[in-house]
Structures are given as structure tokens and as C-alpha cells.
Design a protein around this ligand. Sequence first.
Ligand SMILES: Nc1nc2c(ncn2[C@@H]2O[C@H](COP(=O)(O)OP(=O)(O)OP(=O)(O)O)[C@@H](O)[C@H]2O)c(=O)[nH]1
Length: 370
Amino acid sequence: MDEVLMDEDDDCPELVPIAGNPLSPGEQIPVTIITGYLGAGKTTLLNYILTEQHNKRIAVILNEFGEGSALEKSLAVSQAGELYEEWLELRNGCLCCSVKDNGLKAIENLMQKKGKFDYILLETTGLADPGAVASMFWVDAELGSDIYLDGIVTVIDAKYAMQHLTEEKPEGLVNEAARQIALADLTIINKTDLVNGEELNHLRDTVRSINGLVKILECQKSRVDLSQVLDLHSFDNKDGVNLVEKLQLVKTTRPHLDKSILTVTFEVAGSLSEDVLNVFIQDLLWEKAFKNQAGLPMIVIRLKGIVSIAGKAKQVMLQGVHELYELDETPQVWGEEPRVNRLVFIGRNLDREILQEQFILTVLKVGDRN
Ligand SMILES: Nc1nc2c(ncn2[C@@H]2O[C@H](COP(=O)(O)OP(=O)(O)OP(=O)(O)O)[C@@H](O)[C@H]2O)c(=O)[nH]1
């Protein structure tokens, strides 16, 4: 098994593609995962969101390792906001499989007691893998839960982020700060008062080099336009409508940091059979079958795409987080223009040429077999 799996995803059973969404997002409650390295400004952001005018009933969930810290945090938040008296502490800090049921149950209990919320914000600890938390909501939403994952927001400390991002990790381990950026749909570079223009440019370029898809906001004291943070629809097919244009703007990036996470993207014309596409994705995400020039397995952290499935009039959105992925038809119908498959991968050891070649090879090979 791959070392990354050994480290965090051990025993995670959800190696299955998941079927279409049973409830429309309009009927479900969005959850935004707020992540970011220690001290980046997550609590400041929560306080800001809770005290701003937005006419939403927001539940905040704190997901912390260790005893006590979540309670302290909840007190800190409630003192500033004084909007919520009831706080939820998820005690078993593991964010992988074991927290899955407790996490959802805890939210359901809270909803039973307090009535439905309009929105859930889930703050993860600074060292957590937001991908594991995201997977839990994503899977449960597909299984008919009342909650759906709206987006992953990563708060970045303008002053210390470069230090965190360049921290040497033992061989095989992913830098947490880089992973949090890789998984983000939105990054908020906070504490811009503590850096000069040049440092900010360098950090922005580094964030972009890791995640070519992510939206970047810059601010002080986590004061951001909430309409840019909430209701992102990053994982449902509402996003699919705009995804084509968005993906067209993404560029393959050059790593700014050694051994770092980067973004690769390519486009292949034509239509695919869904089976063929599943083979390619499973080879990539599950089997780690593709290697870069140095012989290292390509590890995908985040995956997005719009693909053309033969026989389907509508565009199909591809989403992936770690080993989990989903193909979901968007409302967007293919027009007169030639059909294309546009894919974006964020991860480690990625090589665009090899990946594109493998994609074409798999498609042809399996196509021949049929
Ligand atoms: N100079 C400066 N300080 C800030 C800014 N935003 C937040 N801070 C301070 O940074 C410190 C950490 O902020 P928090 O919001 O607690 O950060 P956090 O990410 O929740 O921290 P952990 O929960 O420990 O991971 C606090 O003392 C904030 O007042 C900013 O824009 N500029």
C-alpha cells in the first residue's frame, strides 16, 4: 500500500464510485469545511462570519484533536459572536473513518435539538487532512443525507505560510499546509498587513503553483466578502455549468517548491465510454498505476473535469478527492462545438505528458477490447 494511504487513509473502505445525487442541493444544507494551518485565522474568520449580517442560521462545528482545545475555541468564538450557546465537540480527533459516523450523528443530534440550520461551517484542526472530512460529507450526501459539501476553504497565514510550505517532511509524507491548499476550492490569504508586496506576490504564485484551480482572496483579520466564501457549490453540478470556462483557464503549473504538489491539465477531443473512463480513474486513484519519469507513483489529491460520455447529450462533471470520485451529469448540453474532455489533476509526482499519454492509451486499449 502506498505510504500516504498507510499514514492517513488506512482502513478507509470507500473505494467505490458513487452514484448520482438523490436530493437536489436546494433541499440539503450546505457544509463548508474551513481549514488552514495553526494560527492562520480560522477562528477569526468564523467570528467574522457569525457576526456579519447574512440572514443565515449557521451551525459551527469544531473538529479538534485532543481534549479541551475545542471547548476553549468554542468559548472564544461564542464570546465574540454570542449567537450560539450550544457547541459541539467531536472528541475522537481522528478525521478519517472513525469520526465519520460520530461526525454526522453529532450534526443530526444538533439539528434535532435546534431545528434545521441553513448552513454548517466545520472548522478542522490546523493539522487535519480536510480531504478525509470532505469525503465523509460527500459520501453521506450521496447516501441521502440532509447535508451536502459546498466547498473547502483554506485560510493561509501570509507571514508564515512559506515557512510551513517549505518544511521538510519525512520521506513519503505530504506537507499538510500544501495539502490544505491542494484541496481548497477557495484560499484566503490572511494577515496581509504582516508582509510586503513582494512577499505577497511570491506566496500568491506559490499557492497558484500548487493549485491551479483555486480562487484566491487576500485580506486582514479574515474580513472577506461572504458571498465569495459561502454557497460555492464546488462539488455539485451547479458548478458544472461554469466549470467548462473555469477549466479552460487552468494551466499546468511548475512546482515552486521541491517535491511539491502541482497542477496538471490537458484536453483530449472526442467522447468516451463511461467504463473506459472508470478504468483510467481507478488505475490512477486506486492502483496508483501511473509513474512519473523518476519512477514515482502519481498521487492525485484533487481531480476535476468535464468529460463527454458517448451517447449522453449533457456534459458530465468529474470530481475526485483522494481515492473518492464521482461522475455527475450537469444540466449543460453539448452544443455544436466539438466535444472535448478537459481534466485537471492536483497532486504529487504528476507529469502532464505521461498522464495524458496514459489517458489516451487507456481509452484506446479498452476501446479495442470492447
Ligand atoms: N496581524 C494580524 N493578525 C491577525 C490577523 N488575523 C488574525 N490575526 C491574529 O492571529 C492569531 C491567530 O488567529 P486565529 O483566528 O485564532 O487562528 P486559527 O487559525 O483559528 O488558529 P488555531 O485554531 O490555533 O489553528 C490571533 O491572535 C488573531 O488575532 C491579521 O490579518 N493580521
